[in-house]
Design a binder for this molecule. Structure first.
Ligand SMILES: Cc1ncc(COP(=O)(O)O)c(C=O)c1O
Length: 223
């Protein structure tokens, strides 16, 4: 069972309740199914905790990590698993080995970036920054929630999304190219998912810059 925990990203920035993930975990355990959490987008503080599963108190059997691992700066991914799964491949018999690798497995430059990024988590108040972003998102989304152009607003941690009303709602909505150009002309690079505008800023963003992005989104509602 593969899930994007708590937040379906490219699918439209859809947030689901923790109870959904908890129930999936229970069902997987009940039926002996491995639970794979795709934390590629949600990992490393994106949703407010180091990994999104933590918000639901859920431990998956396997976890996919990437984007935030090297701070989004170099390509690196990692798959981690429980000790129990790992031990299934530990044997003196080499045919039990999980033979697997990528061309750039363990790339030292990407690994150095990942170590540096993890050190920033240890040395700097990263979660304070994350909480500050989350607070601004919540305030700004509330202020546009009742605008007639807005169908829904949602946020989780540092991710904010505004779903615009559209006759052609979905990934191919005509609103996307129009909005993309509008934001770019204002100096902001946003990539709406069809009629869903989302903000997923680097944690180092200043509050002024973040407010400016929300100002642009608010203006786009009157296009
Ligand atoms: C949740 C999720 N999983 C996987 C991927 C793709 O990861 P990769 O580029 O490492 O294959 C993405 C990319 O945007 C993603 O958002």
């Amino acid at each position: 069972m593969i899930v994007e925990p708590l937040l379906q990203g490219a699918g439209g920035m859809i947030v689901h309740p923790v109870e959904f993930l908890q129930r999936v975990r229970r069902l997987c355990s009940e039926y002996g199914v491995l639970l794979i959490a795709d934390e590629v987008l949600t990992g490393f503080g994106r949703c407010g905790k180091m990994v999104a599963c933590e918000l639901a108190g859920v431990v998956p059997d396997l976890m996919c990590l990437s984007k935030g691992l090297p701070g989004g700066i170099l390509p690196m991914g990692a798959t981690v698993c429980t000790r129990q799964l790992h031990e299934a491949f530990v044997s003196a018999d080499r045919s039990h080995t999980f033979y697997h690798g990528h061309s750039y497995t363990g790339n030292p430059i990407a690994a150095a970036a990942a170590v540096a990024s993890l050190q920033i988590f240890e040395r700097e108040p990263v979660f304070e920054r994350i909480n500050a972003i989350a607070t601004i998102h919540c305030e700004r989304l509330e202020s546009i929630r009742n605008h007639p152009a807005v169908g829904d607003v949602r946020s989780i941690g540092t991710v904010a999304a505004v779903e615009l009303r559209a006759d052609d709602a979905g990934y191919f909505s005509k609103l996307k190219p129009m909005l993309y150009k509008f934001f770019l002309d204002a100096g902001v690079l946003l990539r709406p998912l069809g009629n869903v505008v989302y903000v997923m800023p680097p944690y180092a963003i200043s509050s002024n810059d973040l407010h400016y992005i929300h100002d642009c989104i608010a203006k786009s509602l009157d296009l």
